[in-house]
Design a protein around this ligand. Sequence first.
Ligand SMILES: *Cc1c(COP(=O)(O)O)cnc(C)c1O
Ligand SMILES: [Zn+2]
Length: 391
Amino acid sequence: MTKSLFTHLECALCGKEHSKEKVNTVCENAECRGILSAQYDFSRNTLTKEELKNRPATLWRYKEFLPVSDERNIVSLGEGFTPILQLNNLGEHTRGKQVLLKDESNEPTGSFKSRGLSVAVSKSRELGVRELVIPTAGNAGGALAAYSARAGLKAHVFMPELTPRAFKAEARLFGANVTEVDGNISDCGKLANALAAENGWFDVSTLKEPYRLEGKKTMGYEIAEQLNWTLPDVILYPTGGGTGIIGIWKAFGELEQLGWIGGKRPRMVAVQSDSCNGIHLAFQNNETTSTFKDNGFTVANGLRVPKPYADRVILQVLRESGGNSVSVSDAGILAALKELASREGLLPAPEGAALWHAYKALSQSGWIKDGETALLLNTGSGYKYLDNIEE
Ligand SMILES: *Cc1c(COP(=O)(O)O)cnc(C)c1O
Ligand SMILES: [Zn+2]
């Protein structure tokens, strides 16, 4: 049986080591409270790229580089190994460039949140957790509820009232205890946090728990593997809490340690909604942290994150990669969504559609150059958002 190479957790800000044997949240150092990042002993790896080809088409094909020790604890609904499509019909915008879209719309529960929650719920089960709680803009709640149902664990979900109906319905159908909150995801987070402390539930809020990040990093592994161990020049990512951008960047570092890719990295682009664009503003103003920013409703519910917990780390990744940021209005998002739908037969989540608007802006301004390859990470399906999309 293959063994996970997971050794310990390390704080992304101060480097403090944390044991993998206990239930961890964030850095124990009270002055730090940074996010914890799983570390592996890649020097012990024996898996080859060739052997990988025969593995199942789920993210668990990379199980040596994931944190679950005993495979019997894996909770899977077939997540991961999603296709990378080429945009073919929008030549007036893509001419001279290659534009790829990694499509997470067919993931279990319709979004890439299934990656993070498959890994986090598996690891929670391994550590003996029984009840989990999550604040969510929608997709994470559905994914936690589904994986908890599959694992026989109890899920508590806190979601803004202003979330399309499908998100509330699916979480309830999966047997979760759903609370609708008059507010945004930060308000949901405060409630979840208080109730977790009171009832002994495990809080799996974005990046306040180390293993959702491990699930999301598999997008980086897949991009490299599916593009035959080369990387695109630019990756555009719809940034809410930022798990994907941090995870994909972590994956590339790990793949280099494995000797599977070289040192060349894509320029990472954080795309946000004008409703909540704190990362965009901080990046453009050369700041190292973001400030709380909430201008209210956006059709891209997953982007309504007023202050990402890991803002420092997100901004580091953008700078280290020579990346950029773009903020998009709801009108821009909806127009982009309709263009992708009517011209390419794709119905992305509004968060993913925002990337198409951002791509066009960066291509027109010359920041994405002729001869370059850009990859859009469409994080979910538009079908759950019809309340927001249809006129
Ligand atoms: C949650 C979510 C996002 C934001 O992801 P983060 O990793 O929190 O930045 C983007 N798109 C969709 C569809 C989401 O559900
Ligand atoms: Zn720390």
